[in-house]
Design a protein around this ligand. Structure first.
Ligand SMILES: [Zn+2]
Ligand SMILES: [Zn+2]
Length: 194
């Protein structure tokens, strides 16, 4: 039977066939597993990304309990498990944060927290802008989202925030903004545009 050693040619089919693909959270619904499953692997090369994703999938992934020492700057700034250097150094050198080689790096998408933070920042800035600038910005925003060039989302958002900041800095030059009669309607206006 199956306990027979060295018998590679068996006539009967496999007794237990996997009906569904392996799911690592089938019996484990802990927060830790959820957090690990939500990790977006990035800032590493394709090969390292595959390795880390494999670890996540098969529950071999062990998050760092505390930041590790970066091999480049020596600070305890490595926050991602299996990475050898901090993201600052990896970005600066343009290398994979795990193997340290300068291969093609797969950027990590902005984390949910970063996205929320940027959205909040944008909202605050938008609120502080006079109507006309707000329109300029919304036009700019719509234009950049139509942009067929697929920039990474994080950069796009940062560009938007930067643009907002420049608009805000130039605010003082525009005295005619004070005469904007419909300025009071604008808050609701712009919220619809979000
Ligand atoms: Zn570093
Ligand atoms: Zn790598």
């Amino acid at each position: 039977m199956s306990s027979q050693r060295g018998n590679s040619s068996r006539s009967r089919p496999q007794k237990h066939q996997n009906k569904a693909a392996f799911k690592n959270n089938l019996y484990d619904t802990s927060t830790k597993t959820k957090v690990i499953n939500s990790i977006q692997v990035g800032d590493v090369c394709k090969r390292c990304k595959d390795i880390i994703e494999w670890k996540i999938k098969y529950k071999k992934y062990k998050p760092l309990s505390q930041p590790k020492k970066c091999v480049k700057c020596g600070n305890k700034s490595v926050k991602r498990a299996y990475n050898i250097m901090c993201l600052d150094c990896a970005h600066k050198l343009g290398v994979c944060a795990k193997c340290g080689q300068s291969k093609e790096i797969i950027q990590s998408p902005p984390s949910e927290q970063d996205q929320i933070k940027l959205d909040e920042e944008m909202k605050e800035l938008l609120k502080s802008l006079p109507e006309r600038k707000r329109r300029t910005f919304i036009r700019f925003m719509n234009k950049s989202s139509e942009n067929p060039v697929k920039e990474d989302a994080e950069k796009q958002r940062k560009d938007l925030v930067d643009k907002l900041k420049t608009l805000k800095v130039n605010e003082e030059d525009d005295f005619d903004d004070f005469s904007d009669d419909d300025d009071t309607n604008l808050t609701s206006d712009s919220e619809e545009n979000e």
